[in-house]
Each structure stands twice: as structure tokens, then as C-alpha cells.
Ligand binder design. Structure first.
Ligand code: PCA
Length: 205
């Protein structure tokens, strides 16, 4: 059996009927890319739940690499997250009152972790394929950030193991509900994720 790359995607949320992150993750389940076998993991939307699910998957599958995917409606490009912070805005307080409070993802954990994906190499390849992308300096404070933080925290003693997170725009089928926001075709996003996996596999070997 080839070593495993965990590729997580989230359930739909916010009234959407699909989440492009899970649509892509489930399509790639079982494939071998760059010598790593993809294990897709479907994650519930909530900080504690997401952190628990990804940690459980890491314990179970002992992956060689972890890439989390999530939806960031309104962003225009593939968004390679650089930083995960130890802040869990569990009930969406940030959106409601402007203050996310102080609840941590991991009590006593460091304030932040940096992505361990080969971001430069991924961006270079995405540019080459003319897929718009950028490095993002915030994954927010909700479930996506919590998942990224929890994975990096759990694997903190294995610094050579690539771990990171990629946010995706709305998918074209969601565009009807968000007429003034950017969206991207699922096939383009899938291509981008395949590139990210291939570059990650290269950096893991
Ligand atoms: N996006 C949300 C949570 C789940 C998802 O796909 C986020 O950015 O935190």
C-alpha cells in the first residue's frame, strides 16, 4: 500500500447545497498521485468537530501528508493558506458582533502555526497552468482554521510531514445564489488541487 495523503473536505453549510471542497475531495478518493494514495475525509462544519475529525483521521490513517480543503465564498482565486491561529470562533460571534472572543482551538497551544505545504512550488505550477491563485494570510477563525491548526498541532513533532490548507471559491453551480461574487468551475479547482497534491507529494518524498 502506498503512503496516505489525507484530503479533507467540508460538508455544505450556510444554506448551500454543496461544498466544493468535499466535491473535489470525494472525486479524488483512492487515487494515487505522486506516489501517495488519497484518503478523503468528510468533515462537519464546526471548530471543535472539525479539529476532532481531522485528528482522528490522522491517528487512524497515519498519513505522509495532510491537505485540508474548504470553501471561502467570495474569494476570487485558489487561496493557499499560510497561517492557522489558535482561535476558535465557534458560534460565529465574529460575524454577529465583530468579536470572536478568546476560545482557543487547542488550550495551551501556540498562537499560530505556519503551513507546511510547498506554497511556492504550488503557485508556480498553478501560474503555469493559468489557474488564478494567491497566498492568504488568514484562514479565518472558523472550522477551516480550526482544522488546519489542529492538524499542524497534532503533527508538530513531525516537521518534515507536509500539512496545510487550501480555500476554494464558490463553485459555478453556487453562483446563482451569489450573483455578484466570483466563482470557479469545479474542473478548474480539481486541476488546482491535483497540482497541489503532486507538489506536496514531491516535497514529502
Ligand atoms: N468553509 C468554512 C467552514 C467550512 C468551509 O468549507 C471556513 O472557511 O471556516
Amino acid at each position: 500500500m502506498p503512503p496516505i495523503l489525507i484530503l479533507s473536505g467540508f460538508e455544505p453549510f450556510g444554506g448551500e447545497r454543496l461544498n466544493p471542497s468535499w466535491e473535489i475531495a470525494r472525486r479524488l478518493d483512492g487515487e494515487v498521485i505522486g506516489g501517495l494514495q488519497i484518503k478523503s475525509v468528510r468533515v462537519p462544519v464546526g471548530c471543535a468537530k472539525a479539529a476532532r475529525r481531522i485528528t482522528g483521521a490522522i491517528v487512524r490513517y497515519r498519513p505522509r501528508a495532510v491537505i485540508g480543503l474548504g470553501e471561502a465564498g467570495g474569494r476570487p482565486a485558489i487561496s493557499l493558506e499560510r497561517i492557522a491561529i489558535n482561535l476558535a470562533d465557534e458560534r460565529g460571534a465574529l460575524a454577529k458582533s465583530g468579536d470572536p472572543g478568546f476560545a482557543p482551538v487547542v488550550r495551551g497551544g501556540p498562537d499560530a502555526y505556519f503551513s507546511r505545504l510547498p506554497l511556492r512550488a504550488i503557485i508556480r505550477e498553478l501560474d503555469r497552468k493559468q489557474i488564478p491563485s494567491s497566498v492568504s494570510l488568514t484562514a479565518g477563525a472558523y472550522a477551516c482554521n480550526a482544522l488546519m491548526y489542529a492538524a499542524l498541532h497534532y503533527l508538530r513533532r513531525k516537521p518534515g510531514l507536509p500539512v496545510g490548507f487550501i480555500h476554494l471559491p464558490y463553485e459555478a453551480r453556487q453562483a446563482g445564489r451569489h450573483r455578484n461574487l466570483p466563482s470557479m468551475a469545479l474542473a478548474t479547482m480539481e486541476k488546482a488541487v491535483r497540482i497541489a497534491i503532486a507538489e506536496t507529494a514531491r516535497s514529502a518524498s
